[in-house]
Design a protein around this ligand. Structure first.
Ligand SMILES: *[C@@H]1O[C@H](CO)[C@@H](O)[C@H](O)[C@H]1NC(C)=O
Ligand SMILES: *[C@@H]1O[C@H](CO)[C@@H](O)[C@H](O)[C@H]1NC(C)=O
Ligand SMILES: *[C@@H]1O[C@H](CO)[C@@H](O)[C@H](O)[C@H]1NC(C)=O
Length: 284
């Protein structure tokens, strides 16, 4: 009896962990919009978001965070069309119905055709830091793993554990770095930037999500005090996550060289100050 009580107390104070059995949607996430276009199975192991002419749909994390490893498995709609975007992202923008102003945001956005994946970073501004890839697989055929690791040293975007993009903390050189709590959102919607027209005759478009566990440090929504989230008791803050290993860097450069087809850093009119500071990762 005492042992059980002690165990319950210990389990109760463990930080959020995705490796156990408790990986269900309802533990980490909640419905955001789309009414009957949102579906979750009773065990909370899979969510489907449906897009048709009436609506898309979306969900969001229950908590806001100041650092973490944000991972999900997803499968994009098997019906291919321009203009439909399946997303998984972090944002500091409150869902208050007002147009998003300057804020922090880290995006994975899958376009409906040609295995296209757009990444973007909003750095207390309106974004415009797109880097786009042709994935080396068809993201609608199987579940793949998409992950953002955010600590006070860097932000890393990963696809099936392969880093494809790094945004370093260059505040010492005058570049802003996300310093405000963010929550996770996922959605399917109609975005003209992903091309047009939408082939509505193929609707509905259904995106599938699994693996909802989050390893992340909670912080109040809207808070700029996230310093407690750089504690090294969280694995993603440990020194081995401060920069990529030589092997990771090689893998990233290889994938960027082969599969990146648009980079805001590549053109004088769109590049920003951090481009030259992150240059060691570009290897053209
Ligand atoms: C999962 O959550 C339930 C209810 O909160 C708890 O009783 C159980 O011990 C948890 N299991 C694991 C493996 O953490
Ligand atoms: C960025 O790095 C500096 C050290 O160069 C550190 O003081 C600061 O807290 C970091 N910023 C964030 C938001 O983590
Ligand atoms: C967070 O970053 C913004 C943009 O660089 C800056 O204006 C603000 O002072 C920072 N806040 C804190 C608490 O460091």
């Amino acid at each position: 009896m005492d042992f059980i009580i002690a165990l319950t107390i210990i389990l109760g104070v463990l930080p959020m962990k995705s490796n156990g059995a408790n990986n269900s949607f309802g533990q980490y996430y909640t419905y955001l919009w789309g009414t009957d276009h949102f579906w979750v199975d009773p065990q909370g192991t899979e969510v489907q978001l449906k897009m048709d002419k009436q609506s898309g749909a979306g969900f969001k994390s229950k908590s806001d965070f100041g650092s973490g490893s944000f991972l999900i498995k997803l499968k994009t709609p098997d019906k291919k069309t321009k203009g439909i975007v399946t997303s998984f992202y972090l944002t500091s923008d409150p869902d208050d119905g007002k147009p998003a102003g300057n804020h922090f945001e880290l995006d994975f956005e899958f376009w409906g055709v040609d295995n296209r994946l757009q990444t973007n970073v909003f750095n207390n501004d309106g974004g415009n830091r797109e880097q786009r890839f042709h994935l080396w697989f068809d993201p609608s055929k199987d579940f793949h793993t998409y992950q953002i690791i955010w600590n006070s040293h860097q932000i890393v975007f990963m696809v099936d554990n392969i880093p494809i993009r790094v945004f370093k903390n260059n505040t010492a050189k005058g570049v802003t770095f996300p310093n405000k709590s963010m929550h996770v959102e996922a959605s399917i919607w109609n975005a003209p930037f992903a091309g047009s027209p939408v082939t509505w005759s193929q609707a509905p478009f259904i995106a599938h999500y699994r693996d909802f566990g989050l390893d992340a440090c909670s912080a109040p929504a809207g808070s700029e005090d996230i310093s407690h989230c750089s504690s090294q008791r969280y694995f993603w803050n440990k020194p081995e996550y401060w920069e990529l290993s030589a092997e990771q860097r090689q893998k990233m450069n290889r994938h960027r060289k082969s599969y990146m087809f648009y980079d805001y850093c590549a053109s004088k009119t769109t590049r920003k100050p951090e481009c030259s500071l992150n240059e060691q990762f570009v290897e053209k």
